[in-house]
Write a protein that binds this ligand. Sequence first.
Ligand SMILES: C[S@@+](CC[C@H](N)C(=O)[O-])C[C@H]1O[C@@H](n2cnc3c(N)ncnc32)[C@H](O)[C@@H]1O
Length: 458
Amino acid sequence: MTPRLARVCATCLSHKINLRITSLARIQWVGTGPKSPDGDEDGSGAPVPSGPTIPPFSRSASRFGRRPLSPLERVSQMLPQESLSEEVWELREEKTREDYKDTETQTPETLKEDPDMHEDDESVLNQGKEVAHVLPEERVMCFGEVVLAEYRRKRRLELQKMFQLEKGCKLGSSWGSVAHDAIQGCHAGTVLRTSLGLPMLIRRPSLEEFTLFMKRGPAIAYPKDANAMLMMMDVNEGDCVLESGSGSGAMSLFLSRAVGSSGSVLSVEVREDHHRRAVLNYERWRSSWSLRSGKEWPENVHFHLGDLINAAPLLAGRSFNSVALDMINPHLALHTVVPHLHTGGVCAVYQANITQIIDLMEGLRCSTLPLVYERIIEVQYRDWLLAPSLKKDGSFHQRRKSPDEEATESENDEANDEGKGHERAAHFPFGSVPYIARPHPEQNGHTAFLVKLRKISR
Ligand SMILES: C[S@@+](CC[C@H](N)C(=O)[O-])C[C@H]1O[C@@H](n2cnc3c(N)ncnc32)[C@H](O)[C@@H]1O
């Protein structure tokens, strides 16, 4: 890790900037192969859902004293993954394998014997094997589909990468590579071994994950907020909805699913590059969906390039059950939009800053529009840590018995219990293991304020 990148990493951690990212901060390098898999220059999205990419940092590396990078390696790690040739990928993999061997020789025991390193890895792999029963209608993953690779260690998410399966390509990471050809033909949810022998879960992304990982133009409406907006707007199948701006197309996708094949969405965007990005993301989801399900995703979003404020001719003769606005100065668009909103319908507004909400409220106060403000909310999720409490050697702690419980147990039973300290989870009876349970130290920060406005008849 370069000193400059180390500083950025340390600053991010100390300021708790976009805390979800820190859980991915140990990603050293990831790529999906020698070329961009989908041809739209994005490589199927960044490895990190939002915010800056955090430089390499690996606890295992520091723990086992991984050697510092050479200047050439540092520069190579900063290059876009798509620009690397097949040879560079081979060399990288070779080097990672060597590094991995080095760490093995530097530890007193092999990594395999270190429960801290591998117990969970193995259990993940075994879980994958147990779920071998597939239903007849389940389709295997195929080339062209967008999939998600996940590597967890000690229940901690170390790598999450979305990419498109391409013949001959390879998913590369600091934890080894997996050939796309090996993924093709497997059922989603299969655990495969990387070239370094580590278990990598390969599955299909949910729509939420797709929107978080897809290539972005502007910031997206975060799924938690988009979900709340759908509730505010009471979007139903068959509805006709107006949205602006299209941005990166995340809200468009959620609306598309909510209104279904009998509904429609008109998505208006003023910037051409954002308009193109939204269309690309929408089309990529649709094509991946038809490959994974064998069914067509409804083609129910019409993306229009133009300014919503001057869109009266576009909206002429049309009416909408609800409206979603995620754009700058939404109050300036209300006079164009409100005449086309059903009476009793909701216009939901997404704004990042409370000062923008004040502008909106002030705009409403100064207008004669038949809109009433109902509520302003901020949607906050709180992540929790919940896991059995482990000792340093990876075995379970045992719940301390009360004197009464101890008195009722025979001496023999007690002796047996002592011997169980190093056994695996299945040998501990239900309720015998204490848990840690507390709010996760890494929480997501603020995303947006949501305003619910309703059209009334005066
Ligand atoms: C934050 S982004 C929207 C993100 C989108 N909701 C998503 O989930 O991906 C805001 C977008 O509004 C667009 N915009 C701003 N003013 C506009 C206007 N007057 N008419 C249409 N689009 C506008 C911007 O160009 C930008 O792409």
